[in-house]
Every structure is written in structure tokens, then in C-alpha cells.
Design a protein around this ligand. Structure first.
Ligand code: C5P
Length: 239
């Protein structure tokens, strides 16, 4: 295998299954995982804690540059814990209002610039799974495999609803549907790093697929692009 650190990007809108797929791939391959959406969510929460308004672009940019955050992956629960300034804020950042604030600040060019290097720093041996909206287009354009997951908005709202319920977070399905549509419009139409598939991305419509089917399709693609990685993984786990 070449000495270049391999990257798989998993982009797509909220509720398309990319988070679940990314965790699966990272565990299966033993690679690092970047949940870039969590960074935008953490920044929006930090803004609240420090009383920075979401329309104060320069202050948000400075906050983004100095964000004191770390992520710890719990292999047993598959949860990525987010720790902001020493406080575990894993649950706080998963609310819909935090997601909505995150998508507002994510449209600010200075904020995206402030978080660019931080995201690049996740690229470490033996490999990286990068989950987000612009992983394949802007942050890791050199990725060897780019997946773009999509699904019908009503199905994504239902999935999000189930996810939030499982996490013990209260939610209303109709509100979630509206919220997802609003977030889609903002993410797809913003001028900087909009949510679009990279030209060389492989698009998977997950509307009528189970997570097992999405995983199976993705693993077939991984095997095609990284045959050595898959072989080594099988040797490691005896699978
Ligand atoms: O993926 P998640 O729902 O956690 O992302 C929250 C918001 O952060 C998205 O709606 C999007 O606006 C923004 N985001 C982004 N670029 C990324 C990841 C997330 O703009 N790479």
C-alpha cells in the first residue's frame, strides 16, 4: 500500500444514515473518525455559552479559532462524546435547535475557514472516515473514495425522530420534517461549501435501504478501492 493516508468521505443531508455508516466503517477498518457536523454544533453551543450572537460573524470566527473541544469515541455505545471546555456536552449538541443554529453559522465563510485546519488535523494513519457536507468537495478533495448518501426528506425526518427518541430527546415528527427541509435549503443553497456531491462521488439513495444494505453496498465499494485494507482487516479480526 502507498504511504498516503487513505480517506473515505461520507457526505449528505441530515438523516440520510451517514453518521451510522461512518461509525460502522471507522470501527470495521480501525480508522479515525471525523464527525464534522459536531464541530459546527459545538461552535453554536459555545456561542450561546459565551453570549455571542449568531449574527456576530467576526466574534464567531474568533470563537471557532480558539474552540477548546475534544472528541472521544466510546466503542461500546458507538457514541462520539464531545467535551467543550472540560464539560461533556454530547447530549446538548444533539437537539434540533442546536442543529439549526449550527447550519446558520456554517454559512459564514470566516467560520468555515476557522474550522478548516482543525478538520484536516483528523487525517492520521491508518486512515480517516470523514462525515459531513463538504468532506469530499472542500476539506478532503484528495479522498480516494467519496460516498454521498441521500434520502427522501420524509424518511429522513422519521429516522431522525427515531434516533432522538432512542437518545431520550423529545421531538415532534412534523416539526422535524419542517426543520429538515429548512436546513436542507440553507445547506444546499449557501454560497460557500454548499451541500453538493463531489464530481467523483458515488451517490447512494438510502430511502428504501436498510442500514445493513447501505453498509453492504459501501463495503463493496471500499473493497474495490482499498483491497489491501480489507484483507488486512480480515486478518486482524479473523473475519
Ligand atoms: O451533520 P449535522 O446535522 O450534525 O450538522 C449540523 C449542521 O452543520 C448541518 O446542518 C450543516 O449546516 C453544518 N455542517 C456543515 N458542514 C459540514 C458538517 C456540518 O456545514 N461538513
Amino acid at each position: 500500500m502507498s504511504s498516503i493516508t487513505p480517506i473515505i468521505t461520507v457526505d449528505g443531508p441530515s438523516g440520510c444514515g451517514k453518521g451510522t455508516l461512518s461509525v460502522f466503517l471507522a470501527k470495521k477498518l480501525g480508522w479515525h473518525l471525523l464527525d464534522s457536523g459536531a464541530l459546527y454544533r459545538v461552535l453554536s453551543l459555545a456561542a450561546k455559552l459565551h453570549a455571542v450572537r449568531l449574527d456576530n460573524h467576526s466574534a464567531l470566527e474568533v470563537l471557532g479559532q480558539h474552540l477548546d473541544v475534544c472528541f472521544e469515541f466510546d466503542e461500546n455505545t458507538n457514541v462520539i462524546h464531545a467535551v467543550l471546555e472540560g464539560q461533556d456536552i454530547t447530549h446538548e449538541i444533539r437537539t434540533e435547535s442546536c442543529g439549526s443554529d449550527a447550519s446558520k453559522i456554517a454559512a459564514i465563510p470566516g467560520v468555515r475557514k476557522a474550522l478548516f485546519e482543525r478538520q484536516r488535523a483528523f487525517l492520521e494513519s491508518p486512515g480517516l472516515i470523514a462525515d459531513g457536507r463538504d468532506m469530499g468537495t472542500v476539506i478532503f478533495p484528495e479522498a480516494q473514495l467519496k460516498l454521498f448518501l441521500d434520502a427522501d426528506p420524509a424518511i429522513r425526518a422519521k429516522r431522525r425522530f427515531n434516533q432522538l427518541q432512542a437518545m431520550g430527546v423529545n421531538a415532534n415528527l412534523d416539526d422535524l420534517f419542517l426543520e429538515i427541509n429548512q436546513r436542507d435549503i440553507r445547506d444546499r443553497q449557501r454560497t460557500i461549501s454548499p451541500l453538493v456531491p463531489a464530481e467523483d462521488a458515488i451517490i447512494i439513495d438510502t430511502s428504501n435501504l436498510s442500514i445493513e444494505e447501505v453498509v453492504a453496498r459501501s463495503m463493496a465499494l471500499v473493497g474495490g478501492v482499498f483491497p489491501d485494507v480489507l484483507m488486512n482487516q480480515k486478518k486482524r479480526t479473523g473475519g
